[in-house]
Design a protein around this ligand. Structure first.
Ligand SMILES: Cc1ncc(C[n+]2csc(CCOP(=O)(O)OP(=O)(O)O)c2C)c(N)n1
Ligand SMILES: [Mg+2]
Length: 655
C-alpha cells in the first residue's frame, strides 16, 4: 500500500495546530455531525469567557499530537472495517478505549457517524462484554464489544466465559499492533500478541486474525453468522493495527466486497427421532419435561406451552431462560425432585446438566452421588449441547447417557415434535391425559399459597427479608410493562414463586458461568435493549458482592440514559461464600464464629447510594426498615420512568 498520501482530498483527520482552546477548539472536530464532549461545554458555549489557558495547558492542547504527516486518502482500512461492522446491523459497540484500535474508534465516531453501531463508553472491559451479554438475551440479536489488545481482553475474559457458558452471541473485536519494525517502543509491545485470541479460544465459538481487508470483511460476516447460529456463543475478530491505519486507495477499495449476511437456519432434530420421542411421550404414564437453556424467544415459550398442554405433562423450568409461564397450572418447577423420581419418561430441553437432573450429590467429606431417577426411565434430550464442547473448561458437566439423544436446537425442533405428538395422541388417550392434567393443576394452586405463607416470615424484620423486598417491588411494578433483568435471589427464588412471570422478556436467566460481576453489567445491557423495545420498566436486584465487581457500569447507564431501577441486595457479605467457610468450619469442628473473616463486606459499610450519586444518578439509602421501602421504590421508579437510572441500597438479611 502507498506510504505517501496521494489522495489527500479530505482533511477530517488533520489536527489544527497552534489554535487556542475554547470556541476555536470546539470547532476542531469539524465534521457536520460533531458532538461537543460533555465536559467541554462551558468552554465551547461561551467563547472568550473561559479563563485563559496556562502555558502548560496550551502546550498540552496545541502541541499534541506532535506528528502528523497529514492525511491519507479519503478512506482508511479502519473506515472499511466500519462498513463491515455496519453490514451486520448491530446497534451498539461497547468499549473502553485502547490504542490498539485507535483508528477503528476514530472511524466509528467520525466516518461511521456514531450510529449503528453507536459507541457506548464503558469503564471496564468486563462491563463491555457483560452488557453485550444481557443485551443479546433481550434484543434477540448480538451487540458488539471492542476490547483493547491483550490487557483489555484479559479484563473481558470472565465475561466472555459467562456468555460462552450461557450460549449467548457477542461479536467481540480487539486490536493488535503490526510488524515488529513498526511497533512503538514500550507499551505497544506489551499489548501485542502473536495470537490475540489464544487467551479466549476455548471459550469462543470462532476467532480470526484477518491479514487483509477482504479477509476482515469475510471474517466479520462469518463471525456474526456463527455467533448467532445455535448453539450461539461469543466470537472474536482481531483487527490488525496496520490494516486499520493504512490508507485505502480507491482502486484497492473497488476490489473489496462485503459478503451478504446470510443467516443460517438453526439445526433441527432428525424427523424419525422426533417421531420416536413423540411415541415415548404419549405412551408415558408419568412424563416430565425439563426446560433449561431452551426458549430463545417468546415463540419458543408459546410452543412449550402447546406441547405441555397436548401431553398434559408437568414442566420443570430451571429459569436459565424464561421457558414457561410460572403460574401456568402445568408449571411444576417446585416439585422437580418428586417428578424426576417418579418419571417413566424425561424430556430434557437444552439441559446444561442432564446428569445433575437425575442424580444428587452429598457435599460431605466423602462426596457421594445417588441416582434420583428410576433406572429404567427413558431419557430424551433435544439439545445442541454436543455441537459445542471444548476441551479445557469443564462447563460441559458429567456425561449422561441418553436413550434418545436428538441433536438439534430444541426451540427449532419444537414445531415438529408438537406435530408428531398431535398425530400420536389417539382419541382413547385423550381422556387419560386430561385426567392427569387436572391432578397436576390442582397441586399447582398450592404453590403460590405456600410461597405467600412463607413470605410472611420475617415480614417486619430489620434489616429487610428478601421476600419482603420482592413483594414490595411487585406491588409497584405489577401494573406496568415490567422486566426483571437480574435477580440475586436465585436460591430463594422469590420472583418465580410470588410474581406472575408470563412473558419471555420478563426475565433473562442467569450468568451461565456463575462468574461474579455479571448481574449489574448484564442488567444495564438488558435495560438498553428494553429501552429500545418500547420503554419497559426494568428492574435489577443485584448482590452487593456482584455489584462491587463493576460499579462503574452505573456511569455508563447514566451517561447513555439507560433507564433501570437497581436494588442492591446488601447483605454486607459474599454470603454464599460465608456459608461455604461455615460448612468447612463445621466439618473441621472448629466453630463458625470466625467464618465472617474474608467473607463480609462491612466495617466500613459501603454507601451504595453515594456511589450511585457519584456516578451521576439518583441513589437512595441505606434502607433497612421495611416500612421505608415502598416510598423509596416509588421515588426511584419516578426517576426511571423519566428515562434515567436510579439505585436503592437495601440492607437485607442473608437470603
Ligand atoms: C469471579 C468470581 N469470584 C468469586 C466467585 C465466588 N463467589 C460465588 S458467590 C459469591 C458471593 C457473591 O456475593 P453477593 O453478590 O453479595 O451475593 P450473596 O452471596 O451475598 O447473596 C462469590 C464471591 C465467583 N463465583 N466468581
Ligand atoms: Mg451479598
Amino acid at each position: 500500500m502507498p506510504k505517501t498520501p496521494k489522495f489527500a482530498e479530505l482533511d477530517r483527520r488533520r489536527f489544527l495546530k497552534g489554535v487556542a482552546i475554547g470556541g476555536a477548539a470546539a470547532g476542531l472536530v469539524g465534521a457536520a455531525d460533531a458532538q461537543t464532549p460533555p465536559g467541554a461545554e462551558s468552554a465551547g458555549s461561551a467563547p472568550g469567557k473561559a479563563p485563559a489557558p496556562s502555558a502548560v495547558q496550551m502546550a498540552a492542547e496545541t502541541g499534541h499530537p506532535k506528528e502528523e504527516a497529514p492525511l491519507t486518502t479519503a478512506k482508511t482500512g479502519s473506515d472499511f472495517m466500519v462498513d463491515c461492522a455496519k453490514a451486520l446491523g448491530i446497534d451498539y459497540m461497547a468499549a473502553v478505549p485502547g490504542s490498539t484500535f485507535r483508528a477503528l474508534q476514530e472511524s466509528f465516531v467520525n466516518y461511521g457517524k456514531n450510529t449503528k453501531p453507536e459507541w457506548l463508553t464503558c469503564l471496564h472491559e468486563e462491563a463491555s462484554v457483560g452488557m453485550a451479554h444481557g443485551y443479546a438475551k433481550v434484543a434477540g440479536k448480538p451487540m458488539a464489544a471492542m476490547v483493547h489488545g491483550t490487557v483489555g481482553l484479559q479484563h473481558a475474559s470472565m465475561a466472555i466465559y459467562n456468555a460462552w457458558c450461557d450460549r449467548v452471541p457477542i461479536v467481540i473485536f480487539t486490536g493488535n499492533a503490526g510488524p515488529v519494525e513498526e511497533r512503538r517502543p514500550g507499551v505497544e509491545w506489551a499489548h501485542t500478541v502473536q495470537d490475540g485470541a489464544a487467551l479466549v479460544r476455548d471459550i469462543t465459538k470462532w476467532d480470526d486474525y484477518p491479514w487483509s481487508l477482504q479477509g476482515f470483511a469475510e471474517a466479520t460476516v462469518r463471525a456474526h453468522v456463527l455467533a448467532t447460529t445455535a448453539p450461539m456463543a461469543p466470537v472474536l475478530i482481531v483487527a490488525d493495527g496496520k490494516l486499520q491505519e493504512e490508507p485505502l486507495h480507491p482502486a484497492e477499495e473497488a476490489k473489496l466486497h462485503i459478503p451478504k449476511v446470510a443467516m443460517n437456519i438453526h439445526p433441527r432434530g432428525d424427523d424419525n427421532a422426533v417421531r420416536d420421542a413423540a411415541k415415548l411421550l404419549v405412551a408415558a404414564e408419568n412424563p416430565v419435561i425439563i426446560a433449561d437453556r431452551y426458549a430463545r424467544t417468546e415463540q419458543g415459550m408459546g410452543l412449550l406451552v402447546q406441547l405441555a398442554e397436548l401431553l398434559q405433562a408437568p414442566v420443570v423450568d430451571t429459569n436459565s431462560r424464561m421457558n414457561f409461564p410460572n403460574q401456568h397450572p402445568l408449571n411444576q418447577s417446585p416439585r422437580r425432585g418428586p417428578l424426576v423420581a417418579q418419571a417413566d419418561v424425561i424430556l430434557g430441553l437444552e439441559l446444561i446438566d442432564f446428569f445433575g437432573m437425575t442424580h444428587s450429590m452429598r457435599d460431605q467429606l466423602e462426596r457421594t452421588t445417588r441416582q434420583t431417577s428410576k433406572p429404567d426411565a427413558k431419557l430424551i434430550h433435544i439439545s445442541t449441547h454436543d455441537f459445542l464442547v471444548h476441551a479445557n473448561y469443564q462447563d460441559f458437566q458429567r456425561y449422561q447417557p441418553v436413550d434418545l439423544p436428538i441433536t438439534g436446537d430444541a426451540e427449532a425442533t419444537m414445531p415438529a415434535l408438537i406435530e408428531a405428538v398431535r398425530r400420536e395422541i389417539g382419541d382413547g388417550r385423550k381422556s387419560a391425559l386430561q385426567a392427569r392434567g387436572q391432578k397436576i393443576a390442582a397441586s399447582s394452586k398450592e404453590f403460590v399459597e405456600r410461597a405467600r405463607g412463607e413470605a410472611v416470615y420475617g415480614w417486619d424484620a430489620n434489616p429487610i427479608s428478601s421476600a419482603r423486598l420482592y413483594m414490595e417491588l411487585w406491588n409497584q411494578i405489577k401494573n406496568e410493562d415490567w422486566a426483571l433483568v437480574s435477580s440475586s435471589s436465585f436460591s430463594s427464588n422469590w420472583p418465580f414463586r410470588l410474581w406472575n412471570m408470563d412473558k419471555h422478556y420478563r426475565h433473562i436467566g442467569g450468568s451461565g458461568g456463575a462468574g461474579v460481576g455479571y448481574q449489574q453489567v448484564a442488567a444495564v445491557g438488558a435495560a438498553l435493549a428494553h429501552r429500545d423495545h418500547g420503554g419497559r420498566l426494568v428492574v435489577s436486584v443485584t448482590g452487593d458482592g456482584e455489584f462491587n465487581m463493576s460499579p462503574g457500569v452505573l456511569w455508563t447507564a447514566a451517561h447513555h440514559k439507560i433507564p433501570l431501577l437497581t436494588i442492591i441486595q446488601n447483605n454486607r457479605a459474599y454470603h454464599q461464600e460465608w456459608m461455604h467457610v461455615q460448612r468447612m468450619a463445621n466439618r473441621h469442628n472448629r466453630g463458625i464464629d470466625r467464618a465472617w473473616i474474608g467473607t463480609t463486606i462491612a466495617d466500613p459499610n459501603v454507601d451504595y447510594a453515594k456511589i450511585a450519586q457519584g456516578y451521576g444518578m439518583l441513589g437512595i439509602g441505606p434502607v433497612s426498615d421495611p416500612k421505608d421501602l415502598a416510598s423509596a421504590i416509588q421515588k426511584a421508579i419516578q426517576v426511571v420512568k423519566r428515562g434515567e437510572p436510579a439505585l436503592i441500597d437495601c440492607v437485607m438479611q442473608p437470603r
